[in-house]
Ligand binder design. Sequence first.
Ligand code: CU
Length: 122
Amino acid sequence: MTTLTPRSKTIALLCAISCLSLSPFALAGEMKDADSSKQNKIEIKDFAFNPQTLTVKSGEKITWINRDEEPHTVVSVEKQFKKSTALDTDQEFTITAGAPGTYTYLCSVHPKMTGTIVVVKS
Ligand SMILES: [Cu+2]
């Protein structure tokens, strides 16, 4: 009675596959719910950072998301924050804004792509 029939094995396998494919969505949902603070998003699209200048408060999170088919990076010109890896399509990169100041950054793959973050006191 404890032996799995081929049919029940197939069902178990299908369940595992569907559970796996659902997990990224479940995870994204959880992350959204967990973070109720303001979302500072910068979209990378058509080889540009959007918005090009973003003002945030110290301690807030900033997330870049690559909407291009090309890989892009986010690199602080004066190494004021950790640099991203090469972001693939729809991949995100998040930092927490540090001390107040002006932070310029660029894409190291396409150095003409630049952006600015202005951090103000929280
Ligand atoms: Cu780029």
